[in-house]
Ligand binder design. Structure first.
Ligand SMILES: [Fe+2]
Ligand SMILES: [Fe+2]
Length: 277
């Protein structure tokens, strides 16, 4: 099976709705639904506010009408904005996108989707950040309940006999290697609060997660940082062949990049990045 991996489209900001439409048109033309699955690792929308929430839902529905299977993991912007998440907005998003987040299953994470050769497991990296003190900055926090449930799921026979693909929004690894704007490029406050703190803002329980999934997961997919890097060298320390950050497919806050998505072949463990003209 081949996975089309998109992330961080931030629909509602600028012309991202039009960009997502162009990307999905390209996906359908270039790949077609046969043998493929469309996977979005969150920050689908730029804000969890109700207004504008239907725009990307309509685009996903159109892909389903064309024969696509679509899976979605929620991001921090889907539940709030860049500074916080809001439990009421989160509930609204989970309800509006239930078809893509949970399929026909009960609304609870982890979510398991089986294909002939793959077990796809979706996590909610916002789940343990709903409390008043945790919800600020939205770094990502799975919580013990979710990691324990994942641990049990990875032991199931129907999972173990397939390629295991774990997908979620937040970034488990500590740092990245991208050219970062300096003070003169982005302004003092932007550099101080955004770039200088970025290396510290990653999934709070990344360590127990990686201990749980080591040697049990084949492909790890995520978004959030908008870097678009291949972390497979880091993933291989945990026995994970592919670990990929999708970047922002609509290149939000990354204007040096091109609109893009990844095509991941789970049978061969290879991938390539498609840049949308
Ligand atoms: Fe994002
Ligand atoms: Fe995010």
């Amino acid at each position: 099976m081949k996975i089309i991996h998109l992330s961080d489209t931030h629909v509602g900001k600028g012309d991202n709705a039009d960009k997502l439409q162009r990307i999905l048109d390209d996906v359908h033309r270039f790949c077609g639904p046969e043998g493929h699955l469309l996977l979005h690792t969150g920050d689908l929308n730029d804000t969890g506010k109700t207004e504008g929430m239907q725009a990307s839902r309509i685009l996903f529905d159109a892909m389903v009408d064309k024969g696509w299977q679509v899976l979605l993991a929620p991001g921090n912007h889907d539940y709030g904005d860049s500074l916080h998440i809001d439990p009421h907005w989160a509930e609204n998003f989970r309800t509006t996108y239930a078809r893509y987040i949970f399929g026909s299953q009960a609304p609870r994470f982890p979510v398991l989707t089986l294909t002939d050769d793959c077990a796809l497991i979706g996590l909610d990296t916002n789940e343990a950040e709903m409390g008043f003190l945790e919800r600020w900055m939205a770094e990502g926090f799975l919580g013990k309940r979710q990691i324990d449930a994942l641990d049990a799921l990875l032991d199931q026979a129907e999972v173990k006999q397939r390629k295991v693909v774990l997908y979620m929004h937040h970034h488990p690894f500590f740092d990245a290697f991208a050219v970062r704007p300096g003070r003169g490029d982005v302004g003092f406050y932007s550099q101080l609060f955004s770039w200088n703190t970025r290396r510290f803002r990653r999934l709070k329980d990344a360590y127990p997660l990686m201990q749980c999934i080591r040697d049990r997961v084949d492909v790890l997919l995520f978004g959030h940082q908008h870097f678009g890097l291949d972390y497979s060298a880091e993933g291989q320390r945990y026995g994970i062949a592919l670990a990929l950050d999708a970047s922002s497919s609509t290149c939000t806050q990354m204007d040096t990049q091109r609109m893009r998505y990844r095509i991941i072949d789970t049978a061969t463990g290879t991938f390539h990045t498609r840049f949308v003209p």
